[in-house]
Design a protein around this ligand. Structure first.
Ligand code: FAD
Length: 419
């Protein structure tokens, strides 16, 4: 089966790349080891299309913060101590890249993708028969336990005035007006530009349905066997072999494994995270996703109930789940909102695919013809998937990219060169 492009990974990033290539007239096959779209990290996130995110999530630099995380008792971050020696080079590089100057550079580099995030989702939504109903346009709320933290957040938001974001600061009374069942909070910032998904996995699947409706195909295939023969990339999919001149690796946290088989070394790490759904107590409502910024977790109203998503866990990707943060966050959440019972039999665990410089890898991989990267979107892959799809498709098709792709080039990693 011969195509123009094989896209590997049917998460939000791979599906978005496939849709844009298809719109540009390429014949595209989307392959995923599960054989369905939106089952990986794109299934379990908090569903924010975070248009208001300007400053990336940095490694803590203040000593008090480092000590607090070092104690390993917080809800927002947890680590496996035995993993620290192995992950130390990544953490050191992340810390270095989080200096005020480098963080400002990362923010500047990422801004054009964030600015396009909602409009690029909208471009899919408008054409997808099933996706529009899966979004809310009320924005999200960042809430604080104490007035000092709220005041600091308000001055941080004011410092972003040049970015033209729409937001509103509110005290506890203002918060009660829009979320009457949230209590014990000093106040909040309501970010109004972002849109939020009621089921991010279903959104990804709906976008994949659009790709199929337009004539694309999605097949089950494990791309660990991706190989190049002559000028063609080949992957076995069941009884057949699919081949194409171009291959896009968009397998999120598993991308470096696939490329590792081909001799590439990408310094991709993961920040693990968990979620659990809760029923709503009778007569209560939650209408916006709410970040408890003091404790560090999100409560998001979703199709299955209220989804509580946790912060970051630094642990080997494939180590068994250790959802201690979920228990800590749940206890904190019960003090601010009347959560009902747990709905899922087990916590879900997912992996934010991250590079230490906080930028994704989008572009051509050197050393092999026709091999492309679209992975490493960290905390914001659901936000940036559609914009990434547009950018990479423009690059593959030789069109003028709508944003400068240089900061995302996979060639910025020394070890990326084939060993
Ligand atoms: C708790 C949590 C909350 C988050 N909240 C948000 C949020 O609110 N907003 C936001 O923008 N982002 C959020 N994120 C981040 C976001 O979910 C990810 O950045 C994004 O989903 C990554 O998408 P992806 O397509 O790169 O990877 P994935 O969705 O993981 O897709 C990768 C696909 O590759 C496939 N694959 C893997 N190996 C192979 C193989 N060998 N062969 C073939 N296929 C393979 C997998 O089956 C999978 O379908 C959150 C993440 C977590 C963990």
């Amino acid at each position: 089966m011969r195509y123009d492009v094989i896209v590997i990974g049917a998460g939000i990033v791979g599906v978005s790349v496939a849709l844009h290539l298809q719109a540009a007239g390429r014949s595209v096959i989307l392959v995923d080891k599960v054989g369905a779209a939106g089952t990986g990290t794109s299934y379990g996130n908090a569903g924010l299309v975070e248009r208001a995110s300007i400053i990336p999530y940095a490694f803590p630099r203040a000593l008090s913060e480092i000590i607090r995380y070092g104690l390993n008792r917080s809800a927002d971050a947890h680590y496996h101590a035995s993993f620290l020696p192995r992950i130390a080079p990544f953490l050191f590089s992340y810390w270095r890249n989080s200096s005020p100057l480098r963080l400002a550079e990362a923010a500047r580099d990422l801004l054009p993708l964030f600015e396009a995030s909602v409009s690029e989702h909208d471009a899919f939504l408008n054409d997808s028969p099933n996706a529009a109903a899966l979004f809310s346009r009320r924005g999200w709320i960042k809430a604080f336990h104490n007035g000092d933290a709220l005041a600091a957040a308000v001055s941080d938001a004011e410092a972003l005035a040049s970015f033209g974001l729409t937001w509103e600061a509110m005290d506890s009374n203002g918060l009660a007006q829009i979320e009457p069942y949230v209590r014990n909070m000093a106040g909040a910032i309501h970010w109004k530009d972002p849109i939020t998904a009621l089921d991010p996995g279903a959104v990804t699947a709906a976008y994949a349905d659009l790709f199929i409706l337009r004539g694309g195909s999605l097949k089950a295939a494990d791309a660990m066997g991706l190989r190049q023969e002559g000028t063609l990339w080949r992957v076995s999919a069941g009884n057949e072999v699919v081949c194409a001149r171009e291959a896009v690796v968009a397998a999120g946290p598993w991308s470096a494994d696939i490329l590792g088989r081909l001799g590439y070394r990408f310094p991709l790490a993961v920040k693990r995270g968990y979620h659990m759904h809760y029923s709503l107590e009778a007569g209560t409502t939650l209408t916006h996703p709410l970040l408890d910024a003091t404790t560090g977790y999100v409560l998001a109203p979703m199709a299955k109930g209220v989804r509580l998503t946790t912060g970051v866990e630094i642990a080997p990707r494939d180590a068994r789940p250790t959802p201690v943060q979920l228990d800590r966050a749940e206890a904190a959440a019960l003090r601010i909102f009347p959560l009902g019972k747990r709905v899922d039999p087990e916590p879900w665990m997912g992996f934010r695919p991250v590079f230490a410089d906080m930028r994704p890898a989008i572009g051509k991989i050197s050393g092999s013809d026709g091999l492309w990267a679209a992975f490493g979107h960290g905390h914001h892959g659901f936000t940036l998937g559609p914009a990434t799809g547009r950018l990479l498709a423009e690059m593959i098709c030789g069109r003028k990219p709508f944003v400068n792709p240089v900061p995302y080039s996979p060639t910025r990693f020394r070890g990326q060169v084939k060993s």
